[in-house]
Design a protein around this ligand. Structure first.
Ligand SMILES: Nc1ncnc2c1ncn2[C@@H]1O[C@H](COP(=O)(O)OP(=O)(O)OP(=O)(O)O)[C@@H](O)[C@H]1O
Length: 120
């Protein structure tokens, strides 16, 4: 029982290290983190509703999860080879496409939520 709890705690601290590594891993994670902070600030300033908060939180989470998955994919790809390889290039392009799709969805949610508060 105690050993099982210790194992669970170890997995939890591994995940925490992953989150720290993610935000320390470069420019894009920080940009998305700052964008999320701005969205939260705008949500408070414009006093968005509970359901609007849910949409915003889901959209922000999707972007951060996509960026984290893309970062993990890039690390794995670089571990396989740092030489030019067309499949590595395709994998990295797909990862970048995943982030772009999440960002496009988040922008759409942001417009749908904030536009009525700003222009309504
Ligand atoms: N080993 C490789 N083989 C073939 N193409 C590659 C390789 N590494 C990168 N590329 C191509 O270059 C693009 C950018 O790669 P990568 O994301 O590593 O660059 P980056 O500028 O370091 O990006 P980031 O700032 O997100 O780390 C990829 O989408 C892919 O098209």
């Amino acid at each position: 029982m105690v050993r099982a709890l210790a194992r669970r705690w170890a997995r939890f601290t591994d995940a925490g290290r992953g989150v720290r590594l993610f935000f320390a891993s470069g420019f894009h994670p920080r940009v998305h983190g700052c964008a999320a902070a701005l969205v939260v600030a705008a949500g408070f300033v414009l006093d968005v509703s509970r359901s609007e908060w849910i949409a915003l939180v889901l959209a922000m989470t999707a972007v951060l999860v996509a960026e984290a998955a893309n970062t993990a994919l890039e690390v794995l790809a670089d571990a396989v080879t740092q030489e030019f390889h067309p499949l590595i290039g395709r994998a990295k392009d797909l990862g970048a496409g995943m982030v772009l799709l999440a960002v496009a969805g988040a922008v759409a949610v942001g417009i749908l939520v904030f536009a009525p508060h700003v222009f309504g």
